[in-house]
Design a protein around this ligand. Structure first.
Ligand code: ATP
Ligand code: MG
Length: 584
């Protein structure tokens, strides 16, 4: 199993990195040990990291499955090419960001099994720590006559930007002197103006066929409190300006993002090139590479929509086991390796696709089959009475914890006269090919004896309430001669005296259709039956398990102990059934 997970198939980004390394692009790359502009790095030592990548979430929500793709890609590359991956909070937007989100993001990255802090280096960064550098970078551009303060209204700016078919019009402020721009920008910083009064724009080309190069705004006024810098700043860099600078300050080599940023790449390169030409940034400069984002059927992967699900109480919080968040995944029992196997399976490309949720669940099953010990549970019980079994006798049956891994040990399950078996394991009039219990048939009680069904009792409505049988004394599993008698059926069971009741929560898809995003309002597609509760009978040994313990209930599926469990009532979340039952 581990090999399957570790053997990441190659992809176009790996090919690029291998070519870059072969071309010695990063030979003699300097790194001061902490992020900074050129003057900090030039006299520093050679970087021990062959490449640097980063995962740059905005702390404005919890991480979702899509982020897992980016995390596994970026940290995976750093691990495989002797590099480092930085966790950087892209917190340059003062609104909507907070510490609760930042804390949860750190926990989720660690949960997936990746490290960004160790004895060698601490690579946890906040983009807001670079506000001074970004301000300096803006000054560098103004001084080089590559940026100007524009006093047009936002509406005028929008109109003068032009369209896909028409070029834009130069702003009347475009040829303002460098001194005038420096004075105005400084006044912007000192809080002399209101939000929206003016912006700082890069001076590129208002006739560019790429609208993103028509003098994009790079700094705006926002009199807002920032979660880390408080009221220190009232001007904030635009994301598209801040991001390349963040990458360069951290000496990122490969800046990997999703496809929607492809049109921004020319501006990303322009910012870096100009700041390097003007001696502010150190080479080699980072390069941006885009890949297609993860889309899965029957869920939504957009922070805005996930926030809405939580705030409008369509789910029970961010970690609701139905939520496609990483905190939800942890509670649901989708283990980190399940994500890694899945991401390796689907690969990294530039083609957008919508992947069937069932494909993800297949990876989950494959990983959990390996990771989880087995336990016995009866979901829909009916009583079985072994008529010839001594009344108070307890037969100790040895049960392996995992059929493929004897080293994981065995446990004892008690067999007694009165047992619970699955309702569906008995039929009065067996359908064709039904090999389990019916009057006159012989089956094996798994890990115990062979039994022969002698009869049954029903209630007034004809429901079977008791199944009767006799056991065959010399047939106990694992004893000599036990296989003298051949049976076709093998059923699981629990002693009525040596079992406990637990609550199980069964989950289904959160949305009914494959792509809820196609609805005018995605909430109209919510599956109102996405959760159901049931009482289940489990073997006694379960009572010692604590939150996060996960098992395969034999013949049923994978289940994980939920944190809301109490000593007298364990609650399990069903992670996934053994077989795909959706739409069947
Ligand atoms: P959302 O679209 O859900 O609001 P976002 O892209 O705005 O997410 P960020 O915090 O900016 O969220 O994302 C951090 C990183 O995760 C980015 O590099 C982004 O490209 C990546 N990412 C986000 N969603 C996906 C996805 N569905 N598949 C792959 N990578 C993703
Ligand atoms: Mg974003």
């Amino acid at each position: 199993m581990n090999n399957k997970i570790i053997d990441t198939p190659t992809n176009f980004i790996r090919n690029i990195i291998e070519k870059n390394i072969e071309a010695k692009l990063y030979e003699n790359k300097k790194w001061a040990g902490t992020p900074g502009p050129k003057k900090n790095h030039t006299n520093a030592n050679e970087d021990f990291a062959k490449i640097r990548t980063r995962f740059p979430p905005e702390p404005n929500g919890y991480l979702h499955f899509g982020h897992a793709k980016s995390i596994i890609l970026n940290f995976g590359l750093a691990n495989d090419y002797e590099g480092r991956c930085h966790l950087r909070f892209d917190d340059t937007n003062p609104e909507k960001e907070n510490e609760e989100y930042a804390k949860s993001i750190i926990e989720s990255v660690l949960w997936l099994g990746y490290k960004f802090q160790d004895e060698v280096e601490d690579n946890l960064y906040y983009a807001s720590d670079y506000f001074d550098y970004m301000y300096q970078a803006a000054l560098v551009l103004i001084q080089a006559d590559l940026a100007y303060v524009d006093k047009q209204t936002p509406e005028e700016i929008r109109i003068n930007r032009g369209t896909l078919t028409e070029p834009g019009k130069d702003s009347p402020y475009r040829n303002q002197s460098v001194d005038e721009n420096l004075t105005l920008f400084s006044a912007m910083k000192d809080g002399k103006f209101k939000d929206g009064d003016m912006v700082l724009r890069a001076k590129i080309n208002m006739a560019s066929p790429n609208i993103n190069l028509r003098d994009p705004a790079i700094y705006r006024i926002r009199h807002a409190e920032h979660h880390k810098t408080g009221k220190q700043w009232c001007i904030y860099p635009m994301y598209t300006f801040a991001h390349p600078i963040e990458d360069a300050l951290e000496k990122i080599t490969h800046s990997i993002c999703t496809l929607e940023f492809e049109d921004q790449r020319p501006f990303y390169e322009w910012v870096l090139k100009k700041l390097a030409e003007n001696d502010f940034l150190d080479k080699p400069l980072p390069k941006q590479h885009e890949f297609s984002r993860l889309n899965l059927t029957n869920i939504v992967l957009s922070k805005r929509k996930l926030i809405q699900l939580v705030e409008e109480n369509h789910v029970d919080g961010w970690d609701d086991p139905r939520m496609p968040t990483l905190v939800g995944a942890k509670r649901r029992g989708y283990s980190p390796n399940s994500f890694k196997l899945f991401m390796n399976r689907i690969g990294v490309s530039k083609t957008d696709s919508l992947i069937d949720y069932g494909t993800f669940e297949d990876s989950v099953r494959e990983v959990l089959n390996d990771e989880c010990d087995r336990r016995i549970a009866v979901l829909n019980p009916v009583k079985l009475l072994i008529e010839n079994f001594p009344d108070d006798h307890i037969e100790l049956c040895e049960v392996p914890n995992h059929p493929q891994y004897p080293e994981r040990g065995k446990r004892i399950v008690n067999l007694t006269k009165e047992l619970w078996i699955e309702n569906e394991d008995f039929q009065i009039n067996p359908e064709p090919k039904f090999f389990r219990l019916f009057p006159g048939n012989t089956v094996r009680l798994r890990y115990g004896f062979a039994i022969e069904c002698t009869g049954y009792e029903t209630d007034d409505s004809g429901n079977v309430v008791l199944v009767k049988c006799n056991y065959l004394p010399d047939t106990k599993s694992g004893t000599p001669g036990s296989d003298a008698i051949k049976v076709k059926g093998n059923i699981h069971w629990l002693s009525t005296k040596h079992s406990i009741n637990v609550e199980v929560r069964n989950y289904d898809r959160l949305f009914n259709s494959e792509n809820p995003n196609l609805f005018d309002n995605f909430l109209d597609d919510i599956n109102v039956n996405s959760v159901s509760k049931s009482d289940v009978i489990c073997e006694e040994s379960i009572k010692n398990s604590s939150p996060g313990h996960q098992f395969q209930f034999e013949r049923h599926g994978y289940y994980i102990v939920d944190p809301i469990s109490k000593a007298n009532k364990i609650v399990f979340n069903r992670t996934v059934t053994l077989r795909d039952t959706w739409n069947k």
